[in-house]
Each structure stands twice: as C-alpha cells, then as structure tokens.
Design a protein around this ligand. Sequence first.
Ligand SMILES: [Cu+2]
Length: 127
Amino acid sequence: MKRILIIVAAIAISLSASAKVVEKTFTVRGHCGMCKSNIEKVSKGFEGVQSVEYDLQGQTLKLVFDKKKVNVKDVQKAIAEIGYDAGKVKASDEAYDKLPGCCRYREIEGVSDHHMDGSGHDHHHAE
Ligand SMILES: [Cu+2]
C-alpha cells in the first residue's frame, strides 16, 4: 500500500515538473467581437494552450501555455492565417481579404482620422 502511494506521488511530481507554463502577451490586430472570438478560438486550438484572452482595446492577446508543447510563433502564424496580424507575423493579403467588412482593421485604421463621409460604408449592427 505504501508503495502505491509513493508511485502516485512520483507520477504527480513528474507531471508537474514536465509542464512549463508561461504567460506571454503580444500584439494582435483586430476590430470587433468576431475578431476576438476568431483569434481566441484559433489560439485555443493548440494543445498545451491553457487560456487565451484577447483585449480588443489594447490590441493584445494574452496567452497562457505550456512552453514545452507550444511555440508562440506557431500560434501567431495560425492567427495570421485567418487574417489577423499577430506579433511580427503579418497576415497575407489573401487571408486579410477573406475577412468580413467589420473586421478590416487595416482600412479602418486608414480612415480613423476622418469621419465616414458617405463613401458607401454603413454601420450595421448585426449582433
Ligand atoms: Cu471582426
């Protein structure tokens, strides 16, 4: 009986020692709630990612992950593949072009100094 306990304890110790959980925050460009859920969904899809939180206002993604299982660059690439610039990884024009109108952070940034002047942009409130 004592031996079993020792084995269990040894397994528990080795398990906790093998996980190297770290936290990293990096810039991700996004614009709306849909961006947030897309970005969080794709980052969460990685085995070893424990939690993700996208801050839309701060344009940052906080990632809590097991360093041994996850490479941040891979997560950033996956985010870029769905159209959002992540860290130093920029989304390709093709990926960006697939984003719906409400998510087009690059164009939105370009016009943010001016007000919309009837150039065909309506604000739809589709929730
Ligand atoms: Cu969006």
